[in-house]
Write a protein that binds this ligand. Sequence first.
Ligand SMILES: Nc1ncnc2c1ncn2[C@@H]1O[C@H](COP(=O)(O)OP(=O)(O)OP(=O)(O)O)[C@@H](O)[C@H]1O
Length: 227
Amino acid sequence: MIEIEGASKDFTLHNQGGAAIPVMAGARLDVGAGECVALTGASGAGKSTLMRMVYGNYLARAGRIGVCGVDVARAAPREILALRRDRLGYVSQFLRVVPRVPTLEVVAEPLLRVGTERDAALERARGLLARLNLPERLWSLSPTTFSGGEQQRVNIARGFAHAYPALLLDEPTASLDAGNREVVLTLVEEAKARGAAILGIFHDEAARARVCDREVDVGTFTPRAAA
Ligand SMILES: Nc1ncnc2c1ncn2[C@@H]1O[C@H](COP(=O)(O)OP(=O)(O)OP(=O)(O)O)[C@@H](O)[C@H]1O
């Protein structure tokens, strides 16, 4: 479902005479349906860079990044937007808050975008917010003023609302209390059970051991290691 083959990435430093810094070469990995694969490696090894390449935020210099039949390394922007709408989800560490949109709408929005009937979308959103222990009095408010942990839970509810076949998770349990961490790990297990292919960064070792089937060390894709 996610197939990375020979992916490479250079960063061009426009403010330093256009110098090209190679950060990744020959990355390869596969994530099948129902699998969760963890990206590991030292700080700066390129975990976030690889996730952003899969999501299409960073363009690969070479290689193939197949996600649900689309080669993200070559796809047109409109194909990537369509992929993100219905097949590829991304739970980043921080919620991008849209001012004045109530929490319930923020969470239901990915479902509405794929054509889910409004009542069903709101019902699913309520269910997720309740499971993540977000007090009901907050559901009608914009998350703009919420605490970091509250915003993170809104972000997770939004990310898990639609049953994406492929899902990217960036530290989904960071800064959550034990109870909410447990809920998130159960959501990951449920997504795997319905056949989602999940690629994630988990600094929480116990979480990784519990939900991940395999680990891929991004350090093996540094240009020096590949040379
Ligand atoms: N937009 C950018 N421009 C230039 N260099 C970048 C950019 N993004 C990342 N890098 C560089 O690429 C390398 C990999 O960074 P990345 O954030 O992917 O590492 P990471 O493994 O996710 O690290 P951490 O565990 O600390 O979050 C680093 O050397 C970083 O400085």
